[in-house]
Design a protein around this ligand. Sequence first.
Ligand code: FES
Length: 270
Amino acid sequence: VRKEVLNPVVKLMDIEAPRVAKSAKPGQFVIIRIYDKGERIPLTIADYDPEKGTVTIVFQEVGKSTKLLGTLNEGDYILDFVGPLGNTMEVPKDAKKILGVGGGVGIPALYPKLKMLHQEGYKVEAILGGRSEEYVIFKKEMEAVCDKVHYATDDGTLGKKGFVTDVLKEVLENDKEVDYVITVGPVIMMKNVCKMTKEYNIPTIVSMNPLMVDGTGMCGACRIEVGGETKFVCMDGPIFDGHLVNFDLAMTRLNMFKKQEKVSLELYEQ
Ligand code: FES
């Protein structure tokens, strides 16, 4: 029902899916399939409106399926829109201040979590990062639900020049009230955030976004290692204790079909 171009590679869509909108919770995701032979794309729910019956998705056009999704316009249909899937987060009732750290399309995935915590009365701050100012999306939305938002960009066009972890270090050094961290973004970013929060002994949760096929615990495509055990992100996650996740293995698995993904994109673009 609504499409918005957020930056040259990221689009937002409000999808009419009343039953998903009614039962969605922050942190959950959907799996969509555009046509009957289409790849299944897992996307974290960026927002939902049970009254309007809409669910907001935000996606980056990285391969054939997401590019195809980006060609759909208001009034078009998506064949399958399955969800809400996955667990939701639990934050300790006595947390003093919660810090959200988001990068790229992880920012809209972080948004409903911080929004809910803000509504529940928690003190909430965020650190958001991207390549440059235009790649840091959902600024207005985040500023509306956070007591303070810090920014970091690779080129310094917004906030500090550098990575979110550079700002994170400053915040953790100066603000001893922060006692819980939620991070969503590229796997390497989450890995570095968790490494740092571990040094400061601050519990941290992450939202994992691996390859998925069925989304119901049958195929094993989404498996990751958490605390030395195999977990299925679609059933056991996507939210996990970031200090227990094997991020290196997650990155290897995420990249294992890169060659096929490249060929598929080339064929699509011919
Ligand atoms: Fe198949 Fe999780 S996507 S088991």
